[in-house]
Design a protein around this ligand. Structure first.
Ligand code: UDP
Length: 510
């Protein structure tokens, strides 16, 4: 039985059914982490191309990273705006805030994270006040990152529906859902013992270390994990950065498991088609876009290995040198995003500077934010060594590239399974447990020989390698088709814009 949500303006005025429909107004509340806000902004821009108003809320330094993208879209006439709200750390018992005053997750030390989430939850009041007093038009739908349970009250108070936003694939979200729903880890004491994911036709094994469930297994986070689960269960629908042709059974499986509609809208990175917007996506790049393109232009098609572990993960110094030596030994041209120099100790810096000199011309090190979407879409890109953040994985799919999978934490182990076992486009380096957020940090998880072998396998790899590359190219064709007019993701974007117009009555459950 579908539940019907009457989409009404967030005022007390009655919306007359016969009145001409006014555009939807989506309010995006992303998690303040680049892997979440970047696809949320892209989704907002895609909805704005269909005439929907979109307001994106963020904290000040997080907003600063995506402002150039939003401003450029506004200048081109899209009805999108970005509003920032500072965090009140004192109100959650952190009178001096978190070190460095961080308001974006990649800069928050783990021991401050729970307090940080509490401070973010206090944004509800200021956001609501802003929407009532300043928004160009009342909100008609909240699109909330699934990690923000407090948006349940925000949406209820405004009297509008709330969609859960996932920058994750349906396979991952369904696996996590099923291991929790069917208590797959009950009685399993060893966090590294594989269990079969219940409720799926195909057999996949996971361990509790790899897929503990969202916010599960961290002492002190139990209530937050429960709140997040409740908010997911009570959502009026789901927006996901994936496309249905890539994983039809898992999209349908999650919709059925939750009894709610899933709008697949990706790969949202394909919104960006020009060098300038590709280069500005997500942050200010540490390399000039034209220099980067010139470097790539000099290389043969499909010859360059791109190496990046996303916006949060960073490696131990000894691991840095093993990776560098493996790349050097592979003999392929490469771009390696080594992040800011300040993130490395003296030994790692000395190693990286030495490597940079030795491989000049063949290897390019990017010291900070890389224009990743620009690099992956260049014809010289040949393979992507990735930590399997979902955005990176999907960006590889959109670019038609095979991946070397090296998960570090959270959903990345399931995304690795997606790339290797579901899609058949990945070569694993064989990491079995998370390396982030643990006290017994290991120096070296993947040795140089393994790096070299995995890179060779992705770039060459005989028949298996060719099969992976073929599958990756075929997927990219489907991904682009999904985003074109008439494609599945494009149709879902149009549907969302229509469903949440003022006065629309939308069935949000399947
Ligand atoms: N990204 C980028 N340049 C960088 C690092 C990351 O453009 O130097 C982008 C990348 O394209 C992706 C996002 O940041 O869109 C990272 O998200 P992902 O889910 O891959 O990983 P996370 O950072 O959340 O671990």
């Amino acid at each position: 039985m579908p539940s019907l949500v009457h989409v009404q303006a967030a005022t007390n005025e009655e919306v007359k059914p016969e009145a001409a429909a006014a555009a939807a107004h989506f309010v995006f509340v992303p998690l303040m982490a680049q892997g979440h806000i970047i696809p949320a902004v892209d989704t907002a821009l895609l909805l704005a191309t269909q005439g929907a108003l979109c307001t994106i809320v963020a904290t000040p330094s997080t907003a600063a990273r995506v402002r150039p993208t939003v401003e450029s879209a506004r200048r081109s006439g899209l009805p999108v705006s970005l509003v920032d709200f500072p965090l009140d750390y004192a109100a959650v018992g952190l009178p001096d805030g978190v070190p460095g005053g961080a308001d974006n997750m990649d800069n928050v030390p783990p021991e401050y994270m729970l307090a940080y989430f509490s401070a973010v939850a206090l944004l509800r009041g200021p956001i609501e006040a802003h929407l009532r007093d300043h928004a160009p038009q009342p909100a008609t739908c909240i699109v909330s990152d699934f990690c923000h349970p407090w948006t349940v009250e925000l949406a209820a108070s405004l009297g509008v529906p709330r969609l859960s936003f996932f920058s994750m694939c349906a396979f991952c979200v369904l696996c996590q859902h099923n291991v929790e729903r069917f208590n797959a880890y009950d009685g399993v004491l060893d966090y590294n013992q594989p269990v079969v994911v219940p409720g799926l036709e195909k057999r996949f094994e996971v361990t509790r270390a790899q897929a503990p469930g969202f916010f599960r297994g961290w002492p002190g986070w139990e209530k937050f994990g429960d709140d997040v689960e409740r908010a997911r269960a009570e959502a009026d629908g789901v927006v996901m950065n994936t496309f249905v042709e890539m994983e039809p059974e898992y999209v349908a499986g999650y919709a059925a498991a939750r009894g709610m509609k899933v709008w697949t809208v990706g790969p949202v990175s394909l919104y960006h088609q020009h060098v300038t917007t590709l280069a500005a996506r997500g942050n200010t790049a540490a390399i000039d876009a034209d220099d980067c393109v010139r470097w790539l232009d000099d290389k043969e098609p499909s010859s360059v290995v791109y190496v990046s572990f996303g916006s949060i993960a960073h490696a131990d110094p000894k691991q840095v040198s093993e990776l560098g030596l493996g790349l050097e030994a592979s003999g392929y041209p490469f771009i390696w995003v080594v992040k800011d120099a300040g993130r490395h100790d003296e030994a790692a810096l000395a190693f990286l500077r030495g490597l940079e000199e030795r491989v000049a011309g063949r290897g390019l090190l990017i010291w900070g934010w890389a224009p990743q979407a620009l690099i992956l879409s260049h014809r010289a890109a040949g393979a992507f060594v990735t930590h399997c953040g979902w955005n990176s994985t999907l960006e590889a799919v959109a670019a038609g590239l095979p991946v070397v999978t090296w998960p570090h934490f959270t959903d990345q182990f399931l995304n690795e399974k997606m790339a290797v076992e579901v899609l058949g486009i990945g070569v694993s380096v064989g990491v079995k447990e998370p390396v982030m957020y643990r006290t017994d940090q290991k120096d070296v998880v993947v040795g140089r020989e393994t790096v070299e072998a995995a890179v060779r396998s992705a770039m060459d790899g005989g028949e298996d390698g060719e099969a992976r590359r073929c599958k990756a190219r075929a997927l990219a064709v489907k991904a682009r088709a999904a985003m074109r007019e008439g494609g599945s993701s494009h149709a879902n974007i149009c549907d969302l814009a229509k469903c949440f117009e003022v006065g629309a009555t939308q069935g949000t459950a399947e």
